[in-house]
Write a protein that binds this ligand. Structure first.
Ligand code: EPZ
Length: 422
């Protein structure tokens, strides 16, 4: 298993290119199942999760190939000859459940394994199921698989979610594009990845309004055609790298960064003493003065503070001046980075969904363990300014969501290496 060694050092300087969004791409790829014609995605990120989704789509009979060193995904699902999304693939990546809505809409049936829980929470699918049932699907849970059928096709309906679930919004919107009649999805998720998915579906001929608001209306059509679509910038990779100069000092320009994707996050950086400047090519980030100030953070659905940046923000707050309170309101177990940061000398008290961080002057490098994608990268960030060497194990988590992380951080002067134990 590979590990990453970060040696705390001086200020960072230079630029980091931001890739296409993992969480947009993982919703855009299953959209190929909605049409017999080819769907091509450009600006695709080169990540292991994208490879897993490619594996899943080809297991269903779609053609999916990555070109231009993985930045272009050419897909076509003319002949779907299997409608079972197997547990072995789904358990590796929850987003596999996003083939449910498209398969149901296109084929009238689908068998998708329940993903099961993961490190950060139980992650049920009740909203996906109830939403698709509102469209007329019959869904039964048997042997750990969802057996979904829509023998008479899907019918438009009004459905209100009790929580603005990202994945459920994506599954329901994709299914509704081919339903008969109008669907109104209330309390829909507003994430930029939803806006990007709808932009692509519209290019494919879907009739959708309201994306980015909490009410999305979809007029079903008989069929969708092919399209080519660029994946939107990854706001979570962007926020992650914006924290590198915030923690280590110096100045870094994140190429492709857009402030509208990270507004709530930037407000917190500003309150902590970090300056973010919009440039012609992206966002330039640097510290305004000396020690950073403590800030309180509560995660919420977009446009609130993203849960996927909570761990990374905590890494920065460990050495801020004062006490910061972080409330994790999206997932039930997303503070697993806290005990690892404590091994580096951080002062963090976790009580349920609340973590209280009392800033210390400096962290000390230590061997630490990664537990999930965002926890892993928060340990790398903490290591950038810690005294001595931090060794992050189980870095396969990182490969799921951060392409060329070592190269990007080395490019701005970080002392970071990836070593393989094999
Ligand atoms: C997406 O997951 C992202 N993944 C997650 O990013 C992100 O953390 C999450 O949205 C929240 O922003 C992808 O887009 C592939 P949800 P998703 O449905 O769709 C509960 C990363 O690090 N819920 O909005 O699974 C659920 O348990 C990953 O890139 C139900 O109760 O998130 C959770 O507590 C991690 N019933 C909350 O809602 C449901 O039917 C948020 O889930 C669905 C969800």
């Amino acid at each position: 298993m590979d590990r990453i060694i970060v040696t705390g050092g001086g200020a960072l300087k230079g630029e980091i290119p931001i890739a296409g969004a993992k969480n947009a791409c993982l919703a855009l790829m299953p959209a190929t199942l909605l049409s017999e014609e080819p769907l091509t995605l450009t600006n695709a990120p080169r990540l292991s999760d994208i490879k897993t989704m490619t594996e899943l789509l080809t297991s269903l009979g779609a053609e999916a190939s990555s070109l231009q060193d993985g930045q272009v995904l050419a897909m076509s699902s003319h002949d779907i000859n299997n409608h079972i999304a197997d547990y072995d693939i789904v358990r590796k990546m929850r987003a596999s459940n996003l083939v449910l809505g498209p398969m149901l809409a296109r084929l009238g049936h689908a068998v998708v394994s329940l993903p099961g829980g993961c490190a950060i929470g139980a992650r049920p699918m009740d909203l996906h199921i109830h939403g698709l049932e509102a469209l007329g699907a019959e869904i039964e849970l048997r042997d750990g698989y969802l057996h979904a059928r829509a023998p008479k096709g899907l019918k438009g309906a009004v459905f209100e979610m009790n929580f603005a679930s990202v994945g459920a919004t994506e599954n329901i919107v994709m299914a509704a594009t081919l339903a008969k009649g109008t669907t109104v999805l209330k309390n829909a998720a507003r994430e930029p990845e939803i806006v990007d998915l709808v932009a692509c579906l519209r290019k494919m001929g879907a009739h959708i309004d309201g994306e980015g608001t909490s009410e999305i209306t979809i007029e079903g059509v008989d069929r969708l055609h092919g399209a080519t679509h660029p994946v939107v910038t990854d706001r979570i990779e962007l926020g992650t790298y914006m924290l590198a100069p915030a923690i280590a000092g110096g100045e870094v320009e994140c190429i492709g960064g857009r402030v509208d994707l990270v507004r709530a996050f930037v407000e917190k950086l500003d309150a902590a003493g970090i300056s973010v400047e919009e440039t012609a090519r992206g966002l330039k980030v640097s510290r305004r003065g000396g020690r950073l100030s403590a800030v309180d953070v509560t995660t919420a659905p977009f446009p609130g503070f993203p849960t996927d940046l909570q761990a990374q923000m905590m890494a920065m707050l460990c050495t801020a001046d004062g006490v910061s309170v972080l409330e994790e309101r999206i997932f039930e177990n997303r503070f697993m980075h806290a005990p690892e940061l404590t091994r580096m000398g951080a002062d963090i008290d976790v009580q349920g969904g609340t973590a209280t961080v009392t800033g210390v002057k400096k962290l000390k490098g230590a061997p630490v363990m990664a537990t999930d994608l965002r926890a892993s990268v928060s340990l790398i960030l903490a290591g950038l300014a810690a005294q001595g060497e931090t060794v992050v194990n189980r870095v396969y988590h990182l490969d799921r969501g951060y392409e060329q992380l070592v190269r990007k951080l080395k490019g701005v002067g970080a002392n970071i290496e990836r070593v393989s134990d094999t």
